[in-house]
Design a protein around this ligand. Sequence first.
Ligand SMILES: [Fe+2]
Ligand SMILES: [Fe+2]
Length: 193
Amino acid sequence: MLHLQLPTEPAWADLALRNLEDILVDHLYCEQKAASNAISMIVRYPERTALVDTLADVVAEEWEHYRRVLAEIRKRGFTVGPQRVDEYAVRLLKFERKGERDKQLLDKLLVCAIIEARSCERFKVLSQTVEDPELAVFYRELMESEAGHYTTFTDLARVYYPAQEVADRLQACVALEKEIVETLTPIAGRIHQ
Ligand SMILES: [Fe+2]
Ligand SMILES: [Fe+2]
């Protein structure tokens, strides 16, 4: 799905859904990071008009996702504990060529695109397996929204970089993501692990 090389194993959902509180809280932090990442890019690249205009909308959408997940948590009386280390994101962020402002922007856009793609894929699995019918609809809607964000980030990359460069770098990012997913130890209640 969306260029990912490795589909999620069916067993992932059983582990993820073993504790609904944990998965919703982990998801809450994913939405928070998606919004704050988009804000950081706007702060770092204010001269890139298309980027600022597009990501201003993405921030609003991710924050709406955050509010919706928070509402699901509050409705169920769950507690938001401290954020846990997201090994998946930590390892994927190493893809960025740090210290090279222009090249790093391409890498940032592609890492965001891949995280959106994996989130979208996992939300699809959750929508098909979660027992709560309200949450099934909820995850279906978020799946569609994150699929749109994957396209948003790859389109933005092509605004600023030649199509071939984007394609080559995207392929490298997808290959790294596959390696990360293959080697991560699965943990209960996590979106990306
Ligand atoms: Fe989101
Ligand atoms: Fe998103």
